[in-house]
Ligand binder design. Structure first.
Ligand SMILES: Cc1cc2nc3c(=O)[nH]c(=O)nc-3n(C[C@H](O)[C@H](O)[C@H](O)COP(=O)(O)O)c2cc1C
Length: 415
């Protein structure tokens, strides 16, 4: 497919569309899920379907397979060509929608069950979860369901509807699933912008390890959390992302648009980044690259009694970000991060100029601040005097802010 799908002002390049997992559970409204799958595809999404055992009593896998041209999964036990399907799918999808969501599936999700393909995938995913309940008013208003819904919302799930109207039983009341078009509109709203579609994005993240001898290193406190969040968000926003990641215990999510290269030293980081660089790349340098490395890594462990042990001779490392900047063309964008302990904005502006960045993201760091998964506060400064502050907020939210700023500066430069 090589067409461009345009719907509700959103543009998706085919094959680069967001991957949506549609879960269908045992409700009379299950037949409407066929229309939901079709509308999602029409909007440019790649759709995969999971049916619960309950759903199988209402609709068949064949219908969905014919529409999506992808296999429908129901059971969790079994592997697909050596892959553990629910884990693979959980990491690959951009969003999971359950429509209709039966009272039973809401209860199983609230309790953390993983006893079929859909619930196991939802338990394993980090993707946004949207639930479109459909049931009798009595079931919807039952305190058990109310509790289950509240628990799911508290964990971040978004509940679509239900609306009021004619129910399958012939009665009328709350519990009717929203119309497919309305559900699909909310799905595209939740997927957010696809403003990095077609763009090459290169993110460096994490610390570097500079060996002193076979067991010791020179390093810093960076965990790579910010860069990992930015790389994953850029992939979800449609970018083709290369993440060059220094040593960290954190594991980036898998996404078809995200390629991860693991490195240890600054020299390796530069080599891997140069290999992934294109003239028009968006380069986002979040890595805390060691400015210096031990001048000579000892082949054997340095002993306390060695007269050289108290003297550490250092050699300067290349400036990874500035070097990448010199290799970018007109269409490229260089974004730096400045983690400073004092005079944050002044130092960040100095760094912006020195490294030739188009945008710099400054934040204050200290021994217990700015590192790891906690909240952070940033200021974005661009090369034409623009300034925007954000936070304190989670690194997931800061990543979206950073990408919004990158998109803004990109637009500013191109027109
Ligand atoms: C004709 C019929 C219609 C049903 N419609 C609904 C419904 O709209 N919502 C609901 O929560 N349960 C409904 N149920 C009950 C569910 O199908 C049942 O709770 C089932 O166990 C759900 O299984 P699942 O969680 O695997 O989808 C219906 C049952 C029948 C027989």
């Amino acid at each position: 497919m090589d067409f461009l799908a345009v719907e509700r002002g959103l543009v998706y390049l085919a094959n680069m569309g967001p991957r949506v997992l549609l879960g269908v559970s045992g409700s009379i409204a299950a037949y409407k899920a066929v229309e939901i799958a079709r509308l999602l595809q029409k909007g440019g999404a790649e759709v995969e379907v999971c049916l619960t055992r309950g759903a199988l009593a209402f609709v068949t896998p064949l219908t969905f397979e014919a529409i999506t041209r992808a296999p429908v999964r129901t059971e969790v036990l079994g592997t697909d060509g050596g892959e553990i399907a629910h884990v693979e799918q959980a990491h690959a999808v951009d969003l999971i929608l359950v429509a209709p969501a039966s009272a039973n599936v809401l209860a199983r999700l609230a309790a953390g069950f993983a006893d079929d393909a859909l619930t196991a995938t939802i338990l394993a995913t980090r993707a946004p979860l949207l639930l479109a309940p459909a049931m009798e008013t009595g079931m919807w208003e039952n305190p058990a369901t109310t509790d289950n819904v509240a628990r799911l919302v508290a964990r971040g799930a978004q509940i679509l509807g239900p609306g009021e109207g004619a129910l399958a039983s012939g009665r009328s009341g709350r519990g009717r699933m929203l119309e497919p078009a309305e559900i699909v509109e909310q799905v595209f709203g939740a997927l957010g912008p696809r403003d990095f579609a077609g763009r090459e994005v290169l993110v460096t993240a994490g610390p570097t390890w500079e060996p002193l001898d076979p067991v010791r290193i020179l390093s810093n406190r960076s965990t790579g959390a910010m860069g990992i969040e930015i790389a994953a968000a850029a992939a979800r926003r449609g970018g083709q992302v290369n993440l060059v990641l220094g040593p960290t215990h954190l594991v980036p999510p898998s996404h078809p648009g995200l390629k991860v290269v693991r490195v240890e030293t600054a020299l390796q980081m530069l080599a891997a980044a140069e290999a992934a660089l294109r003239k028009n790349s968006v380069v986002i340098g979040t890595a805390a690259v060691s400015d210096f490395r031990p001048a000579a890594a000892r082949p054997q462990k340095l002993k306390r009694s060695d007269p050289a042990a108290a003297q550490l001779a250092l050699a300067e490392n290349p400036d990874v970000l500035a070097t990448l900047g010199t290799k970018l063309g007109e269409g490229g964008l260089l974004v730096g991060f400045a983690a400073e302990t004092e005079d944050v904005e002044a130092h960040a502006l100095g760094k912006l100029k020195k490294k030739g960045c188009h945008l710099i993201i400054a934040n204050q760091v200290g021994s217990a601040q700015g590192f790891g998964p906690g909240e952070t506060k940033v200021v974005a400064l661009d090369d034409v005097g623009g300034r925007a502050a954000f936070g304190p907020a989670s690194k997931t939210k800061v990543a979206q802010f950073v990408l919004d700023q990158v998109a803004r500066v990109g637009k500013q430069r191109s027109g």
